[in-house]
Ligand binder design. Structure first.
Ligand SMILES: Cc1cc2nc3c(=O)[nH]c(=O)nc-3n(C[C@H](O)[C@H](O)[C@H](O)COP(=O)(O)OP(=O)(O)OC[C@H]3O[C@@H](n4cnc5c(N)ncnc54)[C@H](O)[C@@H]3O)c2cc1C
Length: 327
């Protein structure tokens, strides 16, 4: 199948879901790094129920398919990707009250909008997630977090679809969370809904926290719409003892001179050595990956530390061993 061809999808898919497949959509339009070549077929899905219908049709038709949210943690190949990419995103969250502080959200909801809903309605627990881009589903899958709080700490249960499109529930234990990781990253389970456990909170406090955290992030992180990036590139390091905190990868990168490094149009954000940015318009995904490898070598040589990527790659990238899906 050439990347110019649209995979033949059963019209039943369109009849059932009302979704129109789009061919050869630039991946650069689908992620916060604004990099990447065309994907052969894109399905834009917003509703949890449609996600199951799509999955079951794609399974029946043996279509290679992957699910993404807002692409704020993904580096897409310059050559693009052949297969069906399902993008699960949505606007305003309208959660359902499950009682006792449990709220059910569509996984497609934008994470900041979920936090804003909680702030406005006096529900606490999500303050640390202020300013993290992406969808709620993407945040659960990657166990996103900041300031010592991770998604697993506020999660009650996830609902989603298995590879055949059957609806399943997954407990926190079944999700197998660890630092910026979970079993859900295998891609077998598409998260459609997320049940969060929140606590009653004081609105003024939540609003002040929102402002405080957004101001802090503004001072430390690039505005990805002006300076495209995908957040921290490498994972922070395990603490050397139970009493210690994780060691910031950015510290070691800065010591190794990361902030002065550039490959092609890719560079390092001046305010944070662990954030790789698109410095110039001609920047390629290949530049970013090469810069990342050079930084790993520099940190290894100076500190003997192997930095592990937090971000995931999709498609062929020179110098990397591409997987069939994300790697
Ligand atoms: C400026 C900036 C700052 C950031 N700061 C932080 C931070 O402080 N903390 C942090 O943890 N991250 C941070 N990130 C990274 C990113 O915001 C998070 O990883 C985010 O949770 C990704 O969500 P997404 O919807 O964009 O997922 P995507 O990037 O679209 O996808 C990531 C992975 O999740 C999978 N996935 C997405 N949705 C679903 C679903 N519904 N079901 C199953 N699988 C799914 C995809 O298959 C993929 O493997 C930052 C990024 C940027 C650009």
């Amino acid at each position: 199948m050439s990347s110019a061809e649209l995979p033949e999808l059963d019209p039943a898919l369109i009849q059932k879901t009302g979704i129109t497949p789009r061919a050869n959509v630039p991946l650069s339009q689908l992620g916060s790094f604004q990099l990447g070549g065309p994907v052969s077929c894109l399905l834009e899905c917003h509703e949890p129920a449609s996600l199951g219908e799509i999955r079951s049709v794609l399974h029946d038709q043996k279509q290679p398919s992957l699910l993404i949210g807002e692409g704020s943690n993904l580096l897409f190949s310059d050559e693009g990707w052949r297969g069906v990419l399902v993008r699960f995103t949505a606007g305003d969250p309208v959660p359902e009250d499950e009682g006792q502080g449990k709220w059910r959200f569509a996984a497609s909801a934008n994470l900041q909008e979920v936090v804003d809903w909680a702030t406005l309605n006096g529900w606490a627990g999500l303050e640390a997630f202020n300013g993290i881009p992406g969808t709620l589903g993407g945040a659960v899958v990657g166990n996103a977090g900041a300031w010592g709080v991770q998604m697993e700490h506020v999660l009650c249960e996830v609902h989603g679809f298995d590879t055949r499109g059957a609806l399943k529930k997954c407990s926190v234990a079944e999700c197998g969370f660890s630092y910026r990781n979970s079993n859900l990253k295998s891609g077998e389970f598409w998260v459609s809904e997320v049940i969060l456990q929140l606590e009653s909170g004081e609105k003024t406090f939540l609003e002040n926290e929102r402002k405080r955290i957004l101001d802090l992030r503004k001072a430390r992180h690039p505005d990805w719409e002006k300076e495209p990036c995908i957040g921290s590139f490498f994972k922070n390091l395990e603490p050397s003892s139970a009493a210690e905190r994780r060691q910031a990868a950015g510290f070691f990168l800065e010591q190794a001179g990361a902030k002065n490094c550039q490959v092609g149009g890719a560079g390092v954000y001046a305010g944070h050595a662990n954030i790789l940015v698109k410095k110039e318009k001609n920047c390629l995904a290949a530049d970013v990956a090469k810069l990342a490898r050079e930084l790993q070598v520099a940190v290894k040589e100076m500190h003997g530390i192997d930095l592990e990527r937090e971000v995931r790659y999709l498609g062929f990238i020179p110098g990397e061993k591409a997987g069939p899906g994300f790697y």
